[in-house]
Design a protein around this ligand. Structure first.
Ligand code: CDP
Length: 227
């Protein structure tokens, strides 16, 4: 690929976006950018520093002192550098950080702080960027846009199978309730709510393997990019 392209993917929690985006990025030689990890980093930092995330002005004050940059991790993905140090991805993948990330993501100052940084990822090369508002707000001119989803039951099963990401003692039922609460909050916030862009291809992934979804993403992208 000689030109630079952007593939934008949105969708609800635990829909399999990351798995599919990583597969497609490897096959296309593109760069994989997970914007959820950026919100998770802010949530993780607030939890660590004892900043009250229900008080937007306190989070905003902290943001003024914080820095976030991105670098190539040498493996086709971005590494988040927060206040000068690479973020440890495993620390972002807990149930507490997941819920807190949805709470910080509804704060307008947090989204404003993030937007240009995310758009600047286009300079890294051809990118596959996933999140909640990538097709609608971050990359509205992306080459190809997708909304990847699955039934709530299937998503709860997928998240439950990701060991380490669910709280100790969690059940499929409690995991389903946690992701339903987060989705409701993400769908109903006034700024950048989770919704399919009008021109996104919606993929219902129940009964599909990640490879089949990646095949569909790649074929649709190639058609749009006339490759
Ligand atoms: O991996 P999972 O689907 O559970 O979530 P994630 O993609 O890591 O996103 C965590 C949270 O960040 C979401 O619940 C959203 O509230 C927020 N987020 C957002 O608001 N906008 C994005 N572009 C990406 C994530």
């Amino acid at each position: 690929m000689s030109n630079l392209y952007q593939i934008a993917i949105d969708g609800p929690a635990a829909a399999g976006k990351s798995t599919v985006a990583k597969l497609a990025a490897k096959r296309l030689g593109a760069f994989y950018v997970n914007t959820g990890e950026m919100y998770r980093t802010i949530a993780w930092a607030c939890l660590k520093e004892g900043i009250d995330i229900s008080a937007p002005e306190k989070v905003e004050l902290a943001l003024a002192k914080w820095t976030m940059t991105f670098q190539n991790d040498g493996n086709g993905e971005i590494e988040i550098v927060f206040n000068g140090k690479p973020v440890v991805k495993a620390e972002l993948r807990t149930a507490d950080v997941a819920m807190a990330s949805s709470n910080v993501a509804k704060i307008p100052a947090v989204r404003a702080w993030m937007l240009q940084k995310q758009r600047d990822c286009r300079m890294l090369g051809t990118i596959i960027m996933e999140g909640r508002d990538i097709c609608t707000i971050v990359l509205p001119d992306a080459t190809a846009k997708f909304f990847i989803t699955a039934t709530p039951e299937e998503r709860a099963r997928r998240r439950f199978a990701q060991s380490g990401e669910v709280a100790a003692g969690a059940t499929i039922k409690s995991v389903a309730a946690e992701i339903a609460e987060r989705d409701k909050q993400d769908e109903n916030r006034p700024i950048a709510p989770l919704k399919p862009a009008a021109d996104a291809k919606v993929i219902y992934t129940d009964g599909m393997t990640p490879e089949e979804v990646a095949d569909l993403v790649i074929a649709t992208f190639k058609e749009k990019a006339k490759l």
